[in-house]
Design a binder for this molecule. Structure first.
Ligand code: NAP
Ligand code: G4F
Length: 330
């Protein structure tokens, strides 16, 4: 039975990856920070085979102890401050967790190592946010980085460290440059889930409007369940490498609003959407679109959920959850 350690187990991707690996017969351990966090109970309730170990990406000894305890075949480093807007306000903390946290996890893996015959394999959750002010369209593994946020800068550090540990120490360390991926499990602070949740509440008469920032940026959105498959595929390769993961289709926030409101039977969403300066960023990433040819050819990875299907999946899940809460309140 293979053993996997996942940091960020309480996050969107950690939850999908934990379920995928259990379904594949792995013994799965999720790193939790060790203080009462309601999401820790939730992840064990939805995935009872999961085991939790304590550790924090700010604390190297705790990471070494966790890797020693688990003796994993594979480590997936998904833990991070992942909200770009927050990273502008908490830049130092973002550098600490999203950036230096990668170095600490790599060190823990290098120090504990695994057996000579079976060295630990490492996955780093890199991001299309590293492309920032994009130097070419579409973006590939060879596109230069130009990050536009403290989060993006921290991710570039983590990505480069992963490459360096691969080259310097021969670690089987791969980096997935993942474009935005969403699901009903997406945090409410991200624009997609904020929209689908608000539109469901507007439909049910629980909310009048949504306050948003820049509606003109474009993202290459996909379904998180498809993306965790790619993470696993990368660690099954004989050689570690970097891969762009994206559907290759870009849409503006306005287009996301079009589809979500149409599902609620509203054709003109302008009266329901307010512009709020609090949600604009000091520097924006205007256009992301990925070219995942390498992942198609070498991993056999393909997305299975279209943009419209993704919006529908998220809207319907939010509508159902809001209706359930309404019934419980009555
Ligand atoms: P998420 O939902 O925000 O989850 C972040 C996870 O990091 C949570 O489990 C959180 O745990 C954990 N974490 C935060 N600080 C930590 C610390 N000091 N020590 C240990 N764990 C800590 O993020 P996600 O969407 O699942 O994304 C997973 C990873 O992929 C992240 O690294 C993200 O930056 C990257 N990524 C995401 C996307 C995307 O579109 N979703 C695209 C590219 C890359 P708590 O519950 O304890 O806070
Ligand atoms: O949903 P977002 O916050 O995602 P963003 O900034 O693209 O970052 C996500 O994807 C990255 C991959 O490229 C990940 F690495 C990262 O961890 C995260 O998962 O914002 C998307 C766009 C931005 O252009 C933002 O300015 O939506 C725009 N936006 C407009 N109004 C808003 C809002 N974003 C949020 N969160 N909230 C708004 O009210």
């Amino acid at each position: 039975m293979k053993r996997a350690l996942i940091t960020g187990i309480t996050g969107q991707d950690g939850r999908y990856l934990g379920e995928l690996l259990v379904a594949k017969g792995y013994q799965v351990f999720g790193l939790i920070r060790g203080q009462a966090n309601p999401k820790e109970r939730l992840v064990v309730e939805e995935n009872p085979a999961l085991e939790l170990v304590e550790g924090d990406l700010r604390d190297l000894p705790s990471l070494i102890a966790a890797v020693e305890q688990v003796q994993p075949d594979e480590v997936y480093n998904l833990g991070a401050i992942s909200f770009v807007q927050l990273s502008f306000k908490q830049a130092e903390l973002t550098a600490e967790i999203t950036g230096l946290g990668v170095l600490r996890m790599l060190e823990a893996v290098r120090i504990v190592g695994g057996s000579d015959r079976n060295p630990i394999r490492f996955y780093q959750a890199s991001s299309s946010e590293m492309f920032g002010k994009v130097r070419e369209v579409p973006q590939t593994e060879r596109t230069p980085f130009h990050p536009r946020s403290p989060y993006g800068v921290a991710k570039v550090f983590g990505h480069d460290m992963t490459v360096n540990y691969r080259e310097a120490y021969g670690l089987h360390a791969s980096s997935g440059i993942l474009f935005n991926h969403e699901s009903p499990r997406r945090g409410l602070e991200f624009v997609t889930r904020k929209i689908t949740n608000s539109v469901a509440r507007i439909k049910l008469g629980l909310q009048d409007s949504i306050s948003l920032g820049n509606l003109d940026s474009s993202r290459d959105w996909g379904f998180a369940g498809d993306y965790v498959q790619a993470m696993w595929m990368m660690l099954q390769q004989d050689e570690p490498d970097d891969y762009v993961i994206a559907p290759g289709e870009t849409h503006t926030i306005r287009e996301f609003l079009d589809v979500a409101f149409r599902l609620a039977g509203i054709d003109d969403w302008e009266p329901y959407v307010r512009r709020d300066p609090r949600f604009y960023r000091p520097a924006e990433v205007d256009l992301l679109i990925g070219d995942a040819t390498k992942a198609h050819e070498r991993l056999g990875w393909r997305p299975t959920v279209s943009f419209e299907e993704l919006v529908q999946m998220m809207y319907e899940a939010d509508l159902e959850a809001e209706e359930r809460q309404l019934r419980q309140r009555r």
